[in-house]
Design a protein around this ligand. Structure first.
Ligand code: ACO
Length: 326
């Protein structure tokens, strides 16, 4: 047994903007149907941020809930990492805007851009800072206003995404170097920039000077998702020293119910251990995992001490997985 520092999730929170957009409403403006969307994706509705709500506003609400559940105050926070692909502004980082809006003290604040894998990447980055003693109380937030990136005439994408934010508080705690320790036990991260064309936004400050719209070859992304995610999950589990069969709760990025089920089946994870919020949240990109975590802690399914497995895939392509004991 070796004493090690672990990054422990001491609180989780989530926020969804109040405006619910149903499939039937989308079918009024684009050639689709509730039946098609539900059958192909499992999505029944999604939330849309109000015109005056920025990504940072969603992030602040989720962060306050996470801090409250952790029994921490804004004054304790020494690092804020926001995983987002829909920042308020090109700069400053949304994390710095969140710091200002929270009134958090001077500390570290930056964004992580790995699209839907952003939260998995951000958790891994935060873990490294905590293990090195750089941060004692970190906010790791996934926050998105994906509806702002939609081409509302493209039925292949506009039905899939929604807005929201989720956050966790990470704090150091001494572990024994065993898989029974609380905290981040292992992770694996991947990127394949050669597959950019499958999923990207067609604008940016140094190319078009515009924000751009999301473009996706959905069936190609789908094909890559199940195989690649499974490999990354197995690598993260190996890294953590656990087997997927030991995991209490599998919390995937919420892109498509068929992908969730396909990955779980491939890994031999029983469907009853998969947290799914895709029907009501749709794909909230980097926000989807912490939002699902927050929901399942609140409804009592996820309890302290349980072994959790997060996984995601997104634009880049990027993908990865994190193993955490709550
Ligand atoms: N309503 C009705 N028909 C539609 C819709 C719609 N909303 N969207 C597409 N179709 C049609 C297509 O036009 C096509 O019609 P055609 O055969 O006449 O050409 C037909 O449905 C089949 O299209 P596919 O794209 O092959 O359908 P598929 O079963 O693959 O489902 C979907 C599409 C839901 C997008 C699926 O491929 C998917 O979920 N892909 C993965 C998305 C994802 O996980 N993204 C990663 C994360 S996102 C991020 O990182 C930002």
């Amino acid at each position: 047994m070796t004493a090690v520092v672990r990054s422990v999730v001491t609180g989780a929170g989530g926020y969804l903007p109040p405006d619910v957009v149903t499939n039937a409403e989308l079918a009024l403006t684009v050639d689709t149907s509730d039946a098609w969307i539900v059958e192909r994706t499992g999505i029944q509705s999604r939330r849309r941020a109000a015109p005056d709500q920025a990504t940072s506003d969603l992030a602040v609400q989720a962060a306050l809930m996470a801090l409250d559940r952790a029994g921490r105050g804004v004054g304790d926070v020494d690092m804020i990492i926001v995983a987002t692909t829909t920042p308020d502004l090109t700069f400053p980082a949304t994390a710095a805007i969140v710091q200002r809006k929270l009134g958090a003290p001077i500390g570290i604040a930056f964004d992580v851009q790995a699209v839907c894998s952003g939260f998995v990447y951000a958790m891994s980055v935060a873990d490294s800072f905590i293990v090195r003693g750089v941060s004692k109380c970190a906010l790791v937030i996934g926050a998105e206003t994906m509806t702002r990136l939609m081409d509302w005439s493209d039925r292949g994408t506009c039905v899939l995404f929604g807005d929201g934010a989720g956050a966790v508080v990470l704090e150091p705690s001494e572990g024994e170097g065993l898989t029974s320790d609380r905290g981040v036990l292992g992770f694996s991260l991947r990127a394949d920039g050669a597959k950019q064309d499958l999923l990207y936004v067609d604008g940016g400050p140094s190319t078009t000077g515009t924000v751009g719209k999301l473009r996706m070859q959905g069936n190609q992304v789908f094909r890559h998702a199940v195989v690649n995610i499974s490999e990354a999950v197995l690598a993260a589990a190996r890294n953590a020293g656990v087997a997927p069969s030991e995991v209490d709760w599998f919390i995937p990025h919420q892109a498509n119910q068929r992908i969730l089920e396909g990955v779980a089946k491939r890994l031999g994870i029983d469907g009853g251990r998969v947290i799914s919020t895709v029907s009501e949240h749709a794909n909230t990109s980097a926000a989807s995992i912490p939002l699902a975590l927050s929901v399942a802690i609140e409804d009592g399914r996820i309890r302290p001490g349980q072994l959790l497995l997060f996984e995601a895939m997104g634009g880049g392509l990027t993908w990865g997985a994190v193993v955490v004991r709550l």
